[in-house]
Design a protein around this ligand. Structure first.
Ligand SMILES: [Zn+2]
Ligand SMILES: [Zn+2]
Length: 744
């Protein structure tokens, strides 16, 4: 008889709730090894026994054919003494001991098998809105604690019927240990809030067809759904107070999307991925009935159905608006209490709800592709709580990073991983603050971090940023942006130049920074500012973000002796110039976002932004519509000193000349985009860095980024940018996590 070998194998990563154990069971059966597999708080533990070739086959199968949704981080094995009477291979129940280090799977979009079952009249799950299996369904949004087992999720109040239980217990079944497994007899049920309906699904479809505004409970919260045109669109714009801001859409299938948008193979794959985010897509020339969904830009944000409920609804519609159910800047509603408030304020006409609790709020994630590279705009449902590994040169420490005030996320650095939270929102809103505090506690519980209230925190250096406790360290906004790229691409060090194109961030000199060139000094904690956009005044401070004519007057004041009334009403000019001259509430800024706003106003695109960055978005649209590329930039001037300054005045003078000569707005807007890129290139030429790191909200401007990336590639300049975390302020907390605790 040949010698028996026994291995103890540990698999870590996203390995629970993704069908790992049935897969291992099948591999064990196929390679004829004996032993067992179990979930432990550290991951999946396997013991396998057999002759050398059988064990080798098993290990090969394990490495080469993991379940599709698993994200294996590491497989380690040690040889242990073989057992004489080990017969067969078994799955052992999980236990609840030890440290909780297994990562939690994000929510997974409905898999094709489950989608097929709900449309099969002969299947017992026909039209069942909560169908799922080990390859799909809710995960993070229903989990209370680890390990990921039904009693520790919001499925604990639904005891399984005998049919579901037998699927759950059968290692060869697709639903083996699928924690949210359920059916019509035993699982969650739909209902219409405040209405006695014996067919809530049918009724809600009728309401939608009759132009009603409807809230639908999804995975990470309620969405507001309605038809994307006509009276429905007018109503939702009024109620959400969004006169022109774009809405996300859900489409029945990809061919519907392709009727209205260009879809690349990468975009197609993202739409169909188990993350199922909203993908920002370029509109085709005629957006037809969808023309008024995003009038300010050339894009539409589409997603595909990602829950069985969505599939069942979308069977009756080509597309629907599907936007987060919240009041402006408030957290997404997740329960009947919160949605009732929106119902009572007549935000929505009807609410389709269900009785499976949402434990973690998570808005829909948003991505776009720039030159076939994915850029994450909102990192939330379907992605969170996937951790990101810290660069290997960083020490292992726990710390809480509270992010920026706008587009807030927080980050928990635990050991050698950084867990970036879901989208929280604008912290000026009190309820977002509560949401942040609550989710910090939730995530700390899941990660088994004790006394999170006492942990060292890292916060934005912006004055007035609310601290978690007195044990904190401040990180400057653009430093954090820069670090967020280095965190993803540690090989950018040393000698890299951080290029941050952003809206607003507090700088070391007390001014408002936003178009910054930074270098890392001795270690990641220290930086040097080597170049920036020359300053201009922001009269009225924050108000200028929405009243962008204030920026127009401030900029023109830099180049014109007397601003005449053809540019702005005399009284307005007087009012604004008085603020500037008296240095009253007119901070200096080097913000590129504000320069975009100001140029939009000078070109007559708009004098107001009804939402953040609207003027810049409108300017981008104008520039994208340009067709004349013959003379395509404005003069670049760099004032060379120890600190370089990009002088915007020659650009403005040429821009005014163009306006006087009736050059089209589109051409001027395009030339301005080119000027920004040319300015960046010239600074790079002077500083000659080893590589550049690009971050900041302005890089969401697809046109700007595409022109820049083309130029960098052409000039053979290595560049890095955010891929795993948002390029906007939602990536700040991740950058903060790179700062090391300093020994005092
Ligand atoms: Zn499934
Ligand atoms: Zn059942």
């Amino acid at each position: 008889m040949q010698n028996l070998i026994r291995l103890k194998v540990t698999v870590t990563g996203i390995v629970q709730g993704v069908g790992m154990r049935p897969t291992i069971y099948r591999h064990a059966t196929n390679s004829q090894v004996t032993g067992h597999v179990s979930n432990t708080p550290q991951g999946v533990l396997i013991e396998v026994q057999g002759i050398a070739s059988q064990v080798a086959t098993f290990m090969e199968l394990l490495k080469s054919f993991p379940p599709p949704q698993a994200l294996i981080e590491n497989i380690s094995s040690i040889q242990i003494p073989s057992l004489p009477n080990d017969l067969g291979f078994v799955i052992i129940e999980s236990h609840h001991l030890g440290i909780k280090s297994t990562d939690i799977s994000p929510d997974l979009a409905t898999c094709p098998d489950c989608a097929q079952e709900i449309f099969d009249p002969t299947n017992r799950r026909f039209q069942y809105a909560f169908t799922n299996c080990t390859n799909c369904g809710p995960r993070f949004t229903i989990i209370k604690d680890r390990p990921y087992d039904r009693p520790l999720t919001s499925m604990n109040s639904f005891p399984m019927c005998t049919s579901c239980l037998s699927e759950y217990q059968d290692p060869l079944n697709r639903r083996y240990h699928a924690q949210p497994n359920a059916c019509k007899d035993c699982g969650p049920k739909l209902s219409i809030l405040g209405m006695n309906s014996n067919n809530p699904l049918r009724d809600i479809i009728t309401f939608l067809q009759n132009e009603k505004i409807v809230a639908i409970k999804g995975l990470g919260g309620f969405n507001i759904a309605c038809l994307p045109y006509g009276r429905s669109l007018t109503k939702i714009r009024e109620r959400k107070k969004r006169p022109t801001k774009s809405f996300a859409l859900m489409a029945k299938n990809i061919s519907v999307i392709e009727r209205y948008c260009h879809v690349s193979s990468q975009e197609n794959a993202a739409l169909h991925s188990c993350q199922a985010p909203i993908v920002i897509l370029k509109k085709k020339d005629s957006s037809g009935v969808l023309a008024n969904v995003s009038p300010d830009n050339n894009y539409l944000g589409f997603m595909l159905p990602y829950t069985p409920l969505h599939h069942l609804i979308m069977e009756h519609f080509d597309f629907l608006i599907m936007t987060s159910a919240n009041e402006k800047d408030e957290p997404i509603a997740i329960n009947d209490f919160e949605i009732t408030q929106l119902l009572e304020k007549s935000f929505v006409d009807y609410v389709l709800t269900h009785n499976r609790d949402i434990i973690h709020r998570a808005d829909d994630s948003i991505v776009q592709f720039i030159k076939d590279k994915k850029q994450i705009i909102r990192r939330s449902r379907g992605i969170v709580p996937l951790p990101i590994a810290t660069p290997s040169f960083l020490g292992h420490e726990n710390r809480l990073c509270l992010g920026a005030n706008m587009k807030n996320t927080f980050a928990l650095r635990a050991g050698n991983k950084i867990y970036l939270s879901q989208h929280i929102g604008e912290l000026i809103e009190h309820r977002n603050h509560e949401f942040q505090r609550q989710e910090i506690q939730n995530l700390a519980t899941l990660l088994d971090i004790q006394d999170i209230q006492e942990q060292k925190t890292t916060i934005d250096a912006h004055p007035g940023y609310e601290n978690f406790n007195s044990n904190f360290q401040q990180v400057f906004h653009h430093h954090a942006h820069f670090l967020s790229v280095i965190g993803e691409h540690p090989k950018a060090l040393p000698g890299t130049l951080g290029i941050i194109c952003d809206g607003t961030g507090f700088g070391t000199d007390g001014h408002i920074w936003g178009f910054e060139f930074l270098k890392i000094k001795d270690d990641l904690n220290a930086f040097e500012r080597v170049a920036h956009l020359d300053y201009f005044e922001l009269p009225g401070s924050e108000r200028a973000i929405y009243e962008v004519d204030r920026i127009k007057i401030s900029l023109l004041n830099q180049i014109i002796d007397k601003i005449d009334s053809s540019i702005a009403p005399a009284a307005r000019v007087k009012e604004i110039l008085m603020l500037i001259n008296k240095k009253f509430n007119s901070p200096l800024t080097s913000s590129l976002g504000r320069l975009f706003d100001g140029v939009a106003a000078i070109l007559g695109v708009t004098n107001v932004s009804t939402y953040e960055a609207q003027a810049a978005i409108l300017l981008q649209k104008e520039a994208e519509n340009n067709t004349n590329f013959q003379f395509n930039s404005y003069p670049v001037k760099i004032i060379e000193n120890s600190l370089l300054k990009i002088d915007y005045r020659p650009m403005l003078i040429s821009l005014i000349k163009d306006i006087t000569h009736n050059v089209s707005i589109s051409e001027c807007a395009y030339k301005f985009h080119k000027w920004v890129v040319d300015s960046i290139l010239q600074v790079i030429q002077i500083l000659a860095p080893a590589s550049v790191c690009l971050s900041g909200g302005c890089f969401q401007n697809k046109l700007l980024m595409e022109i820049l990336v083309d130029k960098l590639t052409e000039s053979k300049i290595t560049y890095y940018t955010n891929e795993l975390v948002p390029v906007n302020d939602a990536g700040i907390s991740f950058g903060q996590a790179l700062v090391e605790e300093k020994c005092v």
